[in-house]
Design a protein around this ligand. Structure first.
Ligand SMILES: Nc1ncnc2c1ncn2[C@@H]1O[C@H](COP(=O)(O)OP(=O)(O)OP(=O)(O)O)[C@@H](O)[C@H]1O
Ligand SMILES: [Mg+2]
Length: 257
């Protein structure tokens, strides 16, 4: 670990802390602030959502926190690990060990079967890994696709296969960009239930346009024009605003958001 990665961290509860994250794109004619001075915290077992209009910086923020993009400025810590100050190799090792990713584009390996694709994050898969992979595919409604190849699957089926791949190694941090965009409502609900199972072993961070899928989130961060406008807890807010303890979480949460 580099020296910078071990010193001068702020007080931190278990989880991730991002400080003043900024990402700019500079072209000869203009400078775009994709993300501007975003500071936030996500607990190690939290389900966090990121919402906002198209182009507001949601995906960019996800990529900065997870280190797939390098911030123009700002810092990221995971517990006492100063991630943004680590070397490229340290970051890569950390990501391999602790992160799972689910992108809108599934990026499956075309010459591997669906089952083999799901097992990609595991270096030397053994029987129990295969069993878990098959169970995940089953819970995502695509168990029968295990021996097939990606080009034999529909777009939504490929997305679901990529979800099983993101979950298979029980990552401490699961980063998800628009999980339900290519799915019908019922399938979207089903995959969210599977994604939420991630909370048994780590944090779940979901970028979405679909506010309904965040009704169970611990925290929702709202972005606009690259800026973090607010954060709130949908369930707590729903109870407070309705003035009652128990309510229809679906309707109440959507109304709030
Ligand atoms: N490679 C790039 N070069 C220049 N500008 C970019 C680049 N990538 C993103 N941007 C700009 O950064 C801003 C934030 O983009 P980002 O993809 O993070 O938005 P988003 O909230 O995820 O949008 P969507 O909901 O449409 O996916 C946008 O204004 C976008 O045009
Ligand atoms: Mg996006």
């Amino acid at each position: 670990m580099s020296l910078d990665a071990t010193i001068s961290r702020p007080e931190l509860p278990s989880g991730m802390r991002a400080e003043a994250l900024t990402l700019t794109y500079v072209s000869p004619r203009s400078t775009t602030y994709a993300v501007r001075e975003v500071t936030l915290q996500i607990g190690a077992r939290d389900f966090a959502g990121i919402v906002g209009p198209s182009g507001s910086g949601k995906s960019s923020l996800l990529y900065l926190m997870s280190g797939l993009k390098t911030a123009t400025s700002g810092e990221v810590w995971f517990d006492d690990f100063h991630y943004s100050a680590a070397t490229a190799t340290e970051k890569l090792n950390f990501r391999r060990r602790a992160f799972g990713f689910i992108f809108q584009q599934p990026f499956l390996v075309p010459y591997l079967s669906v089952l083999e694709n799901v097992l990609v994050p595991i270096e030397n898969p053994v029987k129990k890994d295969k069993k878990r992979a098959l169970e995940l595919l089953d819970s995502l409604g695509i168990a029968d696709l295990a021996p097939k190849f990606p080009n034999e699957c529909s777009g939504g089926e490929r997305v679901r296969a990529s979800m099983a791949r993101g979950l298979v190694h029980r990552p401490k941090w699961l980063w998800v960009d628009e999980p339900t965009a290519s799915l019908d409502h019922v399938t979207g609900r089903m995959v969210m239930d599977v994604l939420k199972s991630q909370k048994q072993h780590g944090a779940l961070v979901v970028v979405t346009h679909d506010l309904e899928i965040l009704e169970d989130a611990d925290t929702v961060f709202r972005m606009r024009d690259g800026v973090l406008l607010e954060s709130f807890a949908p369930r707590a807010n729903a109870r407070d605003e309705m003035g009652i303890q128990k309510t229809d979480s679906n309707g109440a949460a959507s109304g709030l958001l």
